[in-house]
Design a protein around this ligand. Structure first.
Ligand code: SF4
Length: 233
């Protein structure tokens, strides 16, 4: 093969693969557009915001599982049960999530456990409300059990589900380090994005029902729901 023929052959090869990659990249983006649409249509039909939160969580969980199973080269995770560094970060929840958690707590916790949780939530909410920037707080989550496991794991917030890490050391550095301000833990982009889409969909669902749509700190949101009379909002 002459040099000019080899150059033309390689250029055609690379052009073809480049076209395929551009098409794949746009198809990849469509996954998130389609997820957003599916969430929007589903949450519009959810009877309550607590139901919408359960639906959004189920869809996000399933989408994340499909990603793990079907898309190659996903980043590994160092996350294991009982590793709770991230449970010392400030958590915010979109509408409906705290209501779904309160429903779960009502049926699964004893009255004494609910009283104890209420006291812990009151302390955590006061600290967040008094903080200039609650995101800088590093406090143990009131829902973290004595065994360092989430006591409401089945209904934990989308933010908690979104968070993953490739390095326990990095989590400890960011959460318990001397200068954690502004530091972050690298996230699995697709996994994180899926849960942010679900969060956004809940904000939109509340907005379209004429309800407050802003995210709230977990402790205050849960306190409000545990004290609220049950409604169909
Ligand atoms: S709700 Fe559960 S998973 Fe989320 S920060 Fe609290 S203990 Fe951790």
């Amino acid at each position: 093969m002459l040099a000019q023929q080899a150059i033309a052959y390689m250029a055609a090869n690379i052009t073809e693969v480049g076209t395929l990659m551009r098409s794949l990249s746009s198809r990849y983006e469509e996954i998130f557009t389609n997820l957003r649409s599916a969430l929007g249509v589903t949450l519009e039909q959810s009877e309550t915001m607590a139901g919408a939160a359960r639906d959004a969580t189920a869809i996000a969980d399933a989408a994340a599982a499909s990603f793990r199973e079907s898309v190659p080269n996903q980043p590994g995770t160092a996350c294991t049960s009982g590793c709770s560094a991230c449970c010392h970060l400030y958590v915010q929840v979109p509408p409906g999530v705290a209501a779904a958690m309160a429903d779960y707590i009502e049926t699964r916790f004893t009255p004494d456990e609910r009283d104890a949780l209420h006291d812990k939530l009151t302390v955590a909410a006061a600290a967040a409300n008094a903080a200039e920037d609650p995101a800088q707080l590093r406090l143990r989550c009131p829902l973290l059990g004595d065994d360092d496991r989430c006591s409401v794991y089945d209904v934990r917030p989308l933010t908690c589900r979104a968070f993953t890490s490739k390095s326990v050391a990095r989590c400890h550095q960011v959460v318990f380090g001397v200068e954690p301000a502004g530091a972050g833990v690298e996230q699995n982009p697709a996994h994180f994005r899926i849960h942010m889409e679900a969060t956004f969909a809940l904000e939109q669902a509340a907005k379209s029902r004429g309800l407050p749509h802003q995210q709230k700190g977990l402790a205050q949101a849960l306190l409000d729901e545990m004290q609220a009379p049950k409604s169909n909002a």
